[in-house]
Design a protein around this ligand. Sequence first.
Ligand SMILES: C[S@@+](CC[C@H](N)C(=O)[O-])C[C@H]1O[C@@H](n2cnc3c(N)ncnc32)[C@H](O)[C@@H]1O
Length: 310
Amino acid sequence: MYWNFSDIIVGAGNGRFGRHSGTVALEIGFGNGEYLRHLALSERYSLVVGIEVSQWCVTKAARRALAGGSRNIRLMCGDARHIMKYAFEPESVSGVFMNFPCPWPKRRHAERRVARNDFAELLASYIAPGGEFTLATDVGWYARDTRDVFASCDSFDTGPAILNPERDYVTKYERKWRAMGRDTFQLTARKKQGLTEARTDIGDDNMTECTETISQTGGDFRQKVASLEGNVVEGPDYRAMFRDIYWNGDDEALVKIISVDEGFEQHYHIRIENRRGRVNVRTDPVGHPYKTPSVREAVKHAALKLSAKG
Ligand SMILES: C[S@@+](CC[C@H](N)C(=O)[O-])C[C@H]1O[C@@H](n2cnc3c(N)ncnc32)[C@H](O)[C@@H]1O
């Protein structure tokens, strides 16, 4: 069967859901997408947005949504902590849900936890006054730590972590933990009225393409492109690594890049085309990279090397 995912799996644009006039829900780390479907069917929200880091889960959830006929679900692939600020206008989301997030218990993996120190501030920017964040987890210390994170943020009234709550829907992971006899916890934090300063660091209009055009200053085009392999571009919070190069004829190449910005990893290609001495360097749209500092710097670096005398 052929599935048309293009209406449901979307890239983030500059506050792209801000134009939605109804109530919006966000689920972070939706796994197989069951809870998204439940939210969509509940009619509490007119739009249900899911952000999930696993491409495989995004595809599965898209199939589930399409097969069930849900028209009001949108899915984005990537790290919710980073994508959120490109997707929503300030104070535009009524409910944020996070069900059974990976706890990342080891200290060296703590950076990967979604509910880390600045998470409450981040959500305070996007949750509308009176809106709520709800966490369900099977990990007691994660529930307590998250409660502390929200309790120390002035924008929220935070309730206690409730042990083994009655849940409106039991997700795949919850079924698994319950079958093993484990306790579960639920935490709710309600956004107070009128306290949060709206964030201004919403992303650029053009989120997914970076371009540089340069005049080649001599030297062999193929050799110059080949010299990019293995390059690393670094700053205090980012790193971009130039990997394999794929050629299409002698004048067009795709360079594989792995970029990391504060723990947010992206894999994508930079397309380099030589059109009679004018060289165009741009992010290839297929990988939908977000225009983070590492992506911008990678494109600039490639352009700089190709424009160098040689
Ligand atoms: C343990 S699973 C739970 C799945 C589902 N919520 C459930 O209850 O069945 C955690 C999910 O969170 C996703 N995830 C982890 N970190 C994430 C992040 N920073 N942004 C978005 N999704 C994330 C993982 O890929 C995984 O699918």
